[in-house]
Design a protein around this ligand. Structure first.
Ligand SMILES: NC(=O)c1ccc[n+]([C@@H]2O[C@H](COP(=O)([O-])OP(=O)(O)OC[C@H]3O[C@@H](n4cnc5c(N)ncnc54)[C@H](O)[C@@H]3O)[C@@H](O)[C@H]2O)c1
Length: 372
């Protein structure tokens, strides 16, 4: 019998964006197998997705609750081990709750929940279940992001002082009507924030991961530029982190022509680091007294951990799918070894508390607000 980790999926039906990416990522290294799914809120669409994926029809379910019950009734050696959640945000909490309570681990897409109240409730459920819970903050899967974190941890840039993180896109610059835009601009399905919940949470997570510091306070200015839209489509904040680190974070979905421009620059007492998601195989390291270094993917001079994250030799570019696959691989191995996950429920709660603080601050004319 295969020793692959058995995965079920909720969401990711016909026409969905991220579900298919998750499925590619999960199977890239051959350690995970998709065994069941409830791919859509429509039973018919779920069935057609299962057919496209050649899944056993008996394990294609009409709803996520049917899936939890159906899988729990199977012998342990056959039933799924974890559920990948790739639905719009409002379904993250109910699906994660049902999965954990039925005895399954959860790997959910971000943001963890609709709001911080739900995130705290989910934390209790995770703790009670004793099951693993992870979030697919994809960008932490890039090996050079891990390399940067390692350099900072080892004191390579000295005490961190300043962080600039920016995540800008242009696809919501006009009132478009796609499946993806529809729920992202609806407070009931997206949460209290549009842009910040959707991509600001990635920027927050990346800044905390790379520096190893928690963000503690924000002074934010959120805007809805497109007329009639119900949630912010742009925002910036000043932030403070532990140990006196200061920074700025900008996220926007109205920057015409921008695709997926996530970038971060971090400066310490003796050096700096710069990384851009659209050029993910380069990490720039700056010094006060030496020329700037350009670190490149898969090179032997990188740390062992970073080298392990690549699948192809130097000069053969890797990208989004491989980063996503690294997140899946880490999670699958954590399940097998009982080890920790990269972004777990604590990171999820912090992400939602960050969004709540932004909303409060922006509503109070950008007053400083503590992230609680
Ligand atoms: N990690 C990343 O980089 C990244 C990138 C894009 C999206 N996301 C996140 O992924 C999630 C999905 O985003 P998307 O753009 O793929 O959305 P989407 O609208 O393209 O797809 C959502 C899918 O969920 C299904 N669904 C909705 N309700 C359901 C239910 N009750 N049961 C089963 N399936 C249901 C829909 O039918 C659809 O197939 C969001 O939470 C989003 O924030 C993360």
């Amino acid at each position: 019998m295969s020793n692959r980790v058995r995965m079920g999926m909720v969401g990711g039906g016909p026409g969905a964006f991220i579900g298919a990416i998750h499925r590619f990522a999960a199977r890239l290294d051959g350690e995970i197998e998709l065994v069941c799914g409830a791919f859509s809120s429509s039973a018919e669409k779920s069935k057609s997705m299962a057919e496209e994926l050649s899944l056993d029809p008996a394990r294609c379910y009409a709803s996520y609750s049917d899936m939890m019950a159906g899988e729990a009734a199977l012998p342990q050696s056959q039933r799924m081990e974890f559920v990948s959640i790739v639905t719009p945000n409002h379904m993250h909490f109910p699906v994660a709750k049902a999965a954990l309570q039925a005895g399954f681990a959860v790997l959910s897409d971000k943001p963890a929940t609709l709001d911080v109240k739900e995130a705290r409730a989910l934390r209790k459920i995770v703790e009670k279940s004793g099951k693993a819970y992870g979030l697919t903050h994809t960008y932490l899967g890039y090996p050079l992001v891990g390399e940067a974190r390692g350099i900072i941890e080892a004191g390579g840039i000295g005490e961190v002082r300043k962080v600039y993180v920016e995540y800008i896109q242009g696809w919501l610059a006009t009132p478009i009507e796609t499946k993806q835009a529809d729920w992202r601009t609806d407070p009931k399905r997206s949460g209290g924030s549009g842009c910040m919940g959707d991509i600001g949470t990635h920027a927050h997570n990346l800044a905390e991961f790379m520096t190893g510091k928690r963000m503690t306070h924000v002074a934010a200015d959120l805007t809805t530029f497109v007329e009639g839209r119900r949630l912010d489509d742009d925002g910036s904040c000043l932030f403070r982190m532990e140990d006196g680190v200061k920074g700025t974070l900008s996220a926007s979905q109205i920057c015409v022509g921008k695709e997926n421009s996530l970038s971060i620059r971090i400066y310490g007492e003796i050096g700096g680091l710069e990384w851009r998601q659209e050029e993910p195989n380069t990490l720039i390291r700056t010094y006060a007294d030496r020329p700037t270094e350009i670190l490149r993917a898969a090179q032997g001079y990188l740390s062992e951990g970073a080298q392990d994250g690549f699948r192809t030799p130097p000069g053969h570019p890797e990208g989004y799918l491989e980063a996503f696959a690294n997140v899946y691989l880490d999670f699958a191995r954590a399940l097998r070894s009982g080890g920790g996950v990269v972004t777990g429920i604590e990171g999820g709660v912090r992400g939602m508390a960050f969004v709540e603080a932004l909303l409060k601050s922006s509503a109070k004319h950008s007053k400083w607000v503590e992230i609680k």
